[in-house]
Write a protein that binds this ligand. Structure first.
Ligand code: FAD
Length: 385
């Protein structure tokens, strides 16, 4: 059996490693010559870590991950602690730790595990066609690839999604802009072993430790889409949006490097219930694009990869049947993640000011139990729970 995998991001490479481990021949085609991930880092929650463990990457991910032992919310103006608690009850409940990791390092880890030379870079698929007993993909440079099945891991702007669904999906602007990057850990900004988030005005500023004595930081601000802001205005923009905020936030803005800080308008896609057409399967953001508000987009792509590999390995009624079983296992799960993230997004970013202020008040009485129960629920919905 040979699978063509389109896209060499988190989803495509996780799928390639998972299928290879099941003895399935794979070919990976990636559009760009060199992958430069759009974000600085991501948090891999225990459901994602378990998938990486399954792919034989436990030691690698622990080496890249920061020590995120505590979680805290602080008031953005006064820096007063609203809540702070240890994440160890969560780790005990779900059986694995979360690891925030730098994206470039995660990407490199997956590439190394699959085999860097085995990925065909600079190959952008233009269209695909299902043929009798196989699938054919055509590329911009005239190349043609054939396989028994095709995995479309070509991200949120997927060109293959239209072919699978038979209609064009719209990306939905979530109403806020995210800036993210990496800085050296500075404990006058936040503790080194804590996920710290400053909140006020429907905005947030967050820091998570990653390996190499670095904080992954991000800022969220509710804003209209399409503002003319870029790296040249970045520091001034953030200073304006966070004027009157506490000294740690001001220090972070002064410390960050605008040249390596990303600015992203956050989108998702209304969930749809079809991930498969014949011998073609959507995987990762191509099949379910979410806002990053519960940190699950990449984790869900890893889950897809594991479920798809197991479906192909353990079912003997043919490829189409295995893909339908993959779809049946993933549909509700990914819909749930997208909608959960959207709900969280709206509360965090002041869509309804009253709800956001009620949440700020709730944080003052939070012992950790409610927040960890929510994370546990998300994590335990994964395939390796
Ligand atoms: P992508 O990473 O987009 O990879 C798709 C690949 O396909 C790309 O390399 C692209 O070049 C290639 N490609 C595209 N078109 C073609 C084509 N026509 N032919 C060939 N190749 C093609 N997730 C988490 O789990 N935790 C987090 O903390 C988290 N934080 C996030 C923060 C932000 C600000 C954002 C924006 C996202 C975050 N995510 C997080 C989500 C996560 O980044 C995505 O879900 C994940 O990258 C999806 O992986 P993917 O492989 O499906 O898509």
């Amino acid at each position: 059996m040979k699978a063509i995998i389109i896209g060499g991001g988190i989803g495509g490479l996780s799928a390639a490693i998972a299928l290879k481990r099941c003895g399935i021949e794979t070919e990976v085609y990636e559009a760009v010559k060199e992958i430069k991930p759009v974000g600085a880092a991501i948090s891999i929650w225990p459901n994602g870590v378990k998938c990486l463990n399954y792919l034989g990457l436990h030691e690698n991910v622990t080496a890249l991950g920061g020590n995120m032992a505590y979680l805290a919310y602080n008031d953005g103006h006064s820096a007063a602690t609203l809540t702070r608690f240890s994440l160890s009850p969560l780790v005990k409940a779900v059986g694995e730790r979360p690891y925030p990791v730098a994206r470039a390092e995660l990407q490199n880890m997956l590439l190394e595990q699959y085999g860097k030379d085995a990925v065909q870079f600079g190959k952008r698929v233009t269209h695909i066609e299902e043929q009798k007993d196989g699938v054919c993909a055509w590329f911009e440079d005239g190349h043609k690839a054939t396989g028994d099945l095709l995995i479309a891991a070509d991200g949120t702007h997927s060109v293959i999604r239209n072919w699978v669904l038979g209609y064009q999906t719209e990306r939905r602007y979530a109403g806020y802009v995210n800036w993210n990057g990496l800085v050296e850990i500075d404990e006058t900004i936040a503790p080194a072993d804590q996920w710290t988030t400053f909140v006020a005005e429907g905005k947030r500023v967050s820091l998570m430790p990653v390996a190499g004595n670095r904080f992954y930081f991000f800022f969220d601000v509710p804003l209209p889409k399409g503002l003319e802001e870029d790296r040249s205005t970045l520091r001034d923009d953030l200073k304006r949006y966070f004027s009157g905020w506490c000294p740690p936030v001001k220090k972070l803005i002064d410390t960050l490097d605008p040249q390596t800080t990303n600015r992203i308008e956050i989108h998702d896609i209304e969930p749809f219930m079809q991930l498969v057409r014949g011998r073609v399967a959507l995987l990762g953001d191509a099949g379910h694009s979410t806002t990053p508000d519960i940190g699950q987009g990449g984790c869900a792509a890893m889950e897809d990869a594991v479920v798809l590999a197991i479906a192909l390995q353990t079912n003997s009624l043919g490829i189409e049947d295995a893909l339908l079983r993959y779809q049946a296992k993933r549909n509700e799960r990914v819909k749930d993640l997208v909608l959960k993230a959207r709900k969280r997004c709206d509360v965090t970013h002041g869509k309804d000011q009253q709800a956001t202020h009620a949440w700020y008040d709730e944080l003052k009485t939070e012992t950790g139990e409610r927040i960890m129960a929510g994370i546990e629920d998300t994590v335990m919905g994964g395939p390796l729970a």
